[in-house]
Design a protein around this ligand. Structure first.
Ligand code: AMP
Length: 428
């Protein structure tokens, strides 16, 4: 089997790792990949944004299955293009991917499907946004509707701030096209949970639940990022809670899309806020594996998910009752470059020890090799350092210790990944 993974971050390295584990004989390609995927796959020098070139590359390499990692190519219709020429793809169509590429669309689908989410309004002009802001209580959250790499969400403590933010997006071009439409919604209290589910549009298999750490600083302080670390499983995500996510969120969303003629097949990722009283609400949908959640969710699976991805792409998938149970726990710590997320510095040389331990997986994200073959920083998130152990607490300790041993100038990371879970375990 010849499999192409589109993308070049930590998520795609983790996907290649999982594919290699499940299918030792497969021929793997990554486009563009990174120095980490190069050890498992052939990297093709085609960026994930080059739709035409990727369709050509899939033909030239006689690819049997393409797995699309990032949201950009899904929103650009890469899955549709590949299917149109008869290729198997894991990843939703452009129409289905609107669940992520348009927050306005996602809100409308949720409203029609009765899926619990924050009260909100969608606006493309400042006058109607202003009316909504002036008649709703703060704090408010103002979101660019389009794709903004996790940065288009602004928490606003006051109405003035909400109005300023909406104006910057709608009238001053902050976030470009993505901000030409905004969603203004109520601020939700609670704890976040990432639930990733495999689906063929009808059947659903929920993967082990994870929690991301969006803020740059320890104790969840500082600016929002693409994600500074994650762990899985999450103890408050009980089987009962996950059954509710299936019933209240995933099934009605898929049904509503199907009623519009859109079959959603791929990973459906629900970013949830779970309140103290157990109420759950959707913050956002993603139409692909999360980054960095993938770096913990795939390693904790008892058996690999590759057979499921293939069956979803080719049709006739039957999730088994015991699908994908977690064993033990995984914690990943993201090592970022100095200046991330605003202005990450690249170029620093990296010292990556070989002997980080048998239960440590180092996933490359923003790394490159220079002309001499030396590893250098080339992006905001440089590595995701995953540790596996019997408990989240032990995995967190191993991940933090391994992270301390990887060296590059400007290394920025949180030493408290999974702190909420560890506090819960301590209180229990
Ligand atoms: P989103 O891209 O919509 O998930 O927003 C990014 C992050 O902003 C989420 O992971 C939350 O941490 C936060 N967030 C988004 N919407 C809300 C909300 N309504 N209330 C509180 N926090 C939010």
């Amino acid at each position: 089997m010849r499999i192409l993974v589109v993308g070049g971050g930590g998520r795609e390295h983790a996907l290649c790792w999982a594919l290699r584990r499940d299918l030792p004989e497969a021929t793997l390609f990554a486009a563009p990949g990174n120095p980490g995927t190069a050890a498992l796959a052939t990297n093709l020098a085609t960026p994930a944004s080059a739709t035409d070139a990727l369709v050509d590359a899939a033909a030239a390499q006689r690819i049997d299955l393409t797995i699309i990692g990032p949201e950009g190519p899904l929103a650009a219709g890469l899955a549709d293009r590949l299917r149109a020429v008869g290729r198997l793809v894991f990843g939703p169509t452009q129409a289905a991917a609107q669940l992520e590429s348009s927050k306005a669309f996602a809100k409308e689908v949720m409203r029609r499907a009765g899926v619990p989410t924050a009260a909100s309004g969608t606006f493309s002009d400042i006058v109607s946004a202003q009316f909504y802001i002036s008649t709703h209580s703060t704090p408010l959250v103002v979101k660019a509707s389009g794709l903004a790499a996790g940065k288009g969400v602004v928490m606003c403590a006051t109405r003035e701030e909400a109005l300023r933010t909406a104006r910057a997006m709608l009238e001053e071009g902050a976030f470009g096209e993505a901000g030409r439409e905004v969603v203004v919604e109520a601020f939700l209290e609670g704890e976040e949970l990432s639930v990733l589910a495999l689906t063929d549009g009808e059947r659903i298999a929920i993967l082990p639940p994870a929690q991301d750490h969006k803020r740059l600083g320890e104790g969840d302080s500082g600016p929002n990022t693409g994600g500074m670390g994650a762990y899985s499983p999450v103890s408050f995500a009980t089987p009962d809670l996950l059954a509710r996510v299936r019933r209240e969120v995933l099934e009605p969303t898929l049904r509503e899309l199907a009623s519009r003629g859109t079959v959603y097949a791929g990973v459906l990722y629900a970013g949830l806020m779970v309140a103290k009283d157990g109420t759950l609400r959707v913050l956002e949908f993603n139409c692909r594996f999360g980054d960095p959640e993938t770096q913990v969710v795939l390693p904790v699976l008892r058996r690999g998910a590759t057979a499921d991805l293939v069956a979803i792409a080719s049709g006739g998938w039957r999730p088994s009752a015991d699908l994908l149970p977690a064993t033990g726990a995984a914690v990943t710590t993201v090592l970022a470059a100095r200046g991330y997320p605003e202005r990450p510095e690249s170029g620093a040389g990296i010292t990556l020890p070989e002997d980080l331990g048998p239960d440590v997986l180092v996933f490359h994200a923003g790394t490159t090799r220079d002309a001499t073959g030396a590893l250098r920083v080339s992006g905001g998130r440089v590595f995701a350092v995953t540790a596996l152990a019997g408990s989240v607490k032990d995995a967190a300790r191993v991940s933090a210790a391994a992270s301390a041993r990887i060296a590059f100038d400007g290394k920025t990371y949180r030493r408290d990944i999974a702190w909420r879970e560890i506090a819960r375990a301590g209180a229990a």
